[in-house]
Design a protein around this ligand. Structure first.
Ligand code: GLA
Length: 395
């Protein structure tokens, strides 16, 4: 059963006194631009109608507590000196946010908090970013600070880097916090300049196919990829001193120095420079309403992620290969960090049924896994729910 904001509110009332502030924070999809964010490149994400909900209120007894509905666990928080814990792991996403509030001198009053949501974990829909962003946003409102959304995004990302241990880029937190209903975000991850572009898919829709696999190496492999990109930059910088990231590098520069970019570094750099260029072209395709061309680039991205960046897996490759067989699927690719999770597919609306009724049994037969699929709608980023707006006005 899907958890709603009302369920989170009810749970809060069952456990604690008072009328809480209720904040929702969405997961995200990404149309194109994968692993480009930590290379100062471009991405095209959007916030979706799956979210984490927080109910939070000041406590009267000076103690602070967080209750996770998913894990049915309560954690007592020491507000003076938040440190990462070895267990339960879910609490680190929140403790890192608190650490940043402490370090940046933003006071936090003792609180009681209940949270839960309906973003599938490990599906590449950024459930973790939604938790970090929602909590940072809630603390900001509850404690009457006026921290800028961009700073809250950085606080959330810091938590992921230092308390969770994944050196993620800025995309997930940015999309969760800044999403806009029915729009994609065209984000330049170097300057953090962004603009919203209406997502007009007409006869097409976005279908996510959840492979239901999550390979255990995902976090360490992610950090390795980032490291390989940094090695590439260090080598190219010797020849081109103005290079500070792969954003500053052209495909020709990578090809020119193939011999020096040893091991996997060449392949990694080649994929990234191609993908950064591809997002820029894809954004023009979207402006020109050329979904055919856009979809083709999604397939190209998958090819690069699978062969050069090596963040796909047999299950995801299979799902994309199956999608290619359908004329009603314009594009498909692995979405997010990779090594499992979802593919994102651009599918003709009246062919969704036939597409899924072919892919589901084929996937079950090949891998013995029941494919889960989601049709998502594009929503606004992190916000106070309308029900608790009144309470905010009283604060
Ligand atoms: C994860 C990270 C993001 C981004 C994607 C890949 O979702 O959190 O920062 O790097 O992988 O595009």
């Amino acid at each position: 059963m899907e958890l709603t904001a009302q369920d989170v509110l009810n749970k809060f009332k069952e456990l604690y006194p008072g009328e809480p502030l209720v904040v929702r924070s969405p997961g995200r999809i990404n149309l194109i631009g994968e692993h480009t964010d930590y290379n100062d490149g471009f991405v095209m994400p959007a916030a979706i109608d799956r979210e984490t909900v927080f109910a939070i209120a000041e406590s009267v007894d000076g103690r602070s507590e967080i209750y996770s509905i998913k894990y049915n666990q309560t954690f007592s928080v020491d507000l003076r000196d938040p440190k990462p814990v070895s267990a339960p792991a879910w609490v680190n996403y929140l403790l890192g946010v608190l650490r940043q509030f402490v370090d940046k001198g933003y006071s936090v009053q003792p609180f009681r908090c209940v949270f839960g949501g309906n973003i599938p974990m490990g599906a590449g829909l950024s459930s973790s970013a939604s938790v970090e962003c929602g909590f940072a946003f809630a603390l900001n409102v509850l404690n009457h600070h006026a921290i800028d959304k961009k700073d809250l995004i950085k606080i959330a990302q810091w938590s992921e880097h230092h308390f969770v241990g994944v050196k993620c880029g800025i995309m997930d937190q940015f999309a969760s916090m800044m999403g806009s209903e029915n729009h994609v975000i065209l984000l330049d991850c170097r300057s953090l300049e962004y603009r919203y572009s209406p997502l007009e898919l007409k006869d097409f829709t976005i279908v996510l196919c959840d492979s239901k696999v999550k390979h255990s190496l995902v976090d360490s492999e992610y950090n390795t990829r980032r490291n390989e990109c940094e090695q590439g930059v260090a080598i190219l910088k010797k020849y081109y001193p103005a290079v500070n990231s792969l954003r500053d590098v052209s495909e020709n520069m990578v090809l020119e120095h193939k011999d020096e970019l040893k091991g996997k570094v060449f392949d990694r750099c080649l994929y990234i420079v191609q993908e950064i260029a591809r997002v820029q072209q894809a954004s023009r395709d979207l402006e020109n309403h050329d979904l055919q061309a856009f979809g083709k680039k999604m397939f190209e991205t998958h090819e690069g992620l699978s062969k050069l960046y090596e963040v796909s897996c047999p299950e995801l490759d299979f799902l994309v290969d199956e999608a290619k067989k359908f004329s009603g699927v314009l594009g498909a690719r692995v979405m997010g960090g990779g090594f499992g999770g979802c593919t994102i597919n651009l599918v003709k609306k009246d062919e969704v049924g036939s597409f899924l009724s072919a892919v589901r049994p084929a996937y079950a037969e090949k891998f013995g896994i029941a494919l889960e699929t989601y049709i998502v709608n594009i929503k606004d980023g992190t916000s106070v729910t309308s029900k608790s707006i009144e309470k905010i006005n009283l604060l």
